[in-house]
Design a protein around this ligand. Structure first.
Ligand SMILES: [Zn+2]
Length: 429
């Protein structure tokens, strides 16, 4: 789903943010950057509010306008990681978002934009996995009062020059605003719809799930009414999904369904944006076809189980190319001692079709469709002590006809935990 970008997003919401990321924890420079970033984020929230909540009914507007939106941050609190939440604070409707969360969102969007614009999707996937792992570790360290790990952004990790930085931030600033707008609207929806009047502890998982769907729907409709197609906000849902996969708590794993619903509501609203799209030289029909293709792709991955009516795939039949796949198992930290693994078998599927089964270190010729394709891999491990374990992970591979060899790299963090996986060109061949 990470290819959901958004060539076609009409960004009508304005604002900007920066990342106060690139200085060591505890340094005076970091405190200064955090303070600046916090003010920028607060400004973005304050600028977006009046743009989002227009055209609401009198009832909804009264509630939305009474909400106190707070960004928790600043020089001493700027590394706090608090995902967005709507709460009642002594009778005051409140929405709280941590500066650290907004920074992660901004960094994530920059990574994804970079991956797409510079054809670095696999490398970006791997770096995001690393960042989330470090963040997860930092949440633990923060609770224990231990020093934090330095989390490097794509800017320095991939050595962006000034031109790359400008290309990426031109696209990612506006995408950040769409995502922030959707988050604010979704949280406001929890207040408008009365969810925050109920004690979440009294609700079943199913009831909370329904609340999330209702808040998404209210948020998407609010953006559409404000003149903003919501599809770009699917990036924040992809981020939630990756956070969930990385073991960062408090998110339920229904994000694929949320993405499906967000794309569907964007498609349904397209006619309302006809004149704006045409003014930008875009054809509504071409945009619709593109989004329907993305929707079909997401549905084919099959992670949205309560989706009763899968669309017929509109993806064109493509010719396949033959590439050599080799399997590589890696331990990404000291939790997994690779030396203890006696054998590892990789079963790789794409769009529900078996692609190849490989043992660690083996290579085989495989027929695949060129382009960006989803894949899923189930790894069965046998330890020297004899017991077995299974892990699975999924990602995208970008198969180019010019490249004929690919490495499938699976990283494990510990037994039974989902690792990350990537398919990248194997240039050693
Ligand atoms: Zn929610």
């Amino acid at each position: 789903m990470k290819n959901l970008i958004v060539g076609t997003v009409l960004v009508l919401i304005c604002g900007s943010t920066s990342t106060g990321q690139e200085a060591a924890y505890g340094s005076a420079e970091r405190a200064r950057l955090l303070e600046e970033e916090w003010k920028d984020q607060y400004r973005a929230v304050d600028d977006l509010r009046p743009q989002i909540f227009k055209g609401l009914s009198a009832h909804d507007a009264e509630i939305a306008n009474s909400i106190d939106f707070k960004v928790i941050g600043g020089k001493s609190q700027g590394d706090q990681f608090i995902p967005p939440v709507a709460t009642m604070d002594d009778g005051q409707r409140t929405v709280i978002i941590g500066q650290g969360f907004l920074r992660l969102l901004s960094l994530f969007i920059e990574e994804e934009v970079y991956g797409l614009k510079y054809n670095k999707a696999s490398e970006v996937d791997q770096h995001i996995s690393l960042v989330l792992k470090q963040m997860n570790e930092n949440i633990t360290r923060q609770k224990a009062g231990r020093p934090l790990l330095f989390v490097e952004s794509a800017r320095t990790y991939f050595h962006w020059n000034a031109e790359t930085l400008k290309t990426v931030t031109d696209a990612s600033d506006s995408l950040f605003n769409v995502n922030l707008a959707f988050i604010l609207a979704h949280e406001a929806g929890h207040h408008v719809l009365g969810h925050t009047l109920l004690d979440p502890k009294t609700l079943t998982k199913q009831q909370r799930f329904i609340q999330e769907e209702e808040a998404d729907k209210w948020g998407a409709n609010t953006l559409i009414r404000a003149g903003q197609i919501p599809i770009g906000a699917a990036m924040s849902l992809v981020l939630f999904e990756r956070m969930f996969d990385a073991g960062i708590d408090d998110f339920h794993p229904s994000n694929d369904c949320r993405e499906v619903a967000l794309i569907q509501s964007s498609i349904d609203s397209l006619d309302e944006f006809r004149s704006q799209l045409e003014a930008k030289g875009k054809s509504v029909e071409a945009v619709r076809r593109d989004w329907q293709r993305q929707l079909a792709q997401l549905r084919e991955m099959g992670n949205c189980k309560n989706d009763a009516q899968p669309l017929q795939s509109t993806a064109p039949k493509e010719d396949t190319v033959t590439v050599t796949f080799s399997a590589v198992l890696r331990g990404s930290n000291s939790n997994l001692d690779i030396a203890n693994v006696a054998a590892a078998e990789f079963a790789v599927t794409s769009r529900g079709e078996n692609l190849v089964s490989l043992a660690n270190g083996d290579s085989e010729d495989v027929e695949v469709r060129p382009g960006r394709q989803p894949f899923e891999v189930v790894v069965t491990l046998t330890a020297r002590q004899g017991f077995t374990g299974r892990v699975s992970c999924k990602g995208f591979m970008n198969i180019r006809e010019a490249e004929t060899a690919y490495k499938l790299i699976v990283r494990m963090d510990s037994w039974g935990n989902v690792g990350s996986c990537a398919v990248i060109p194997d240039r050693s061949q």
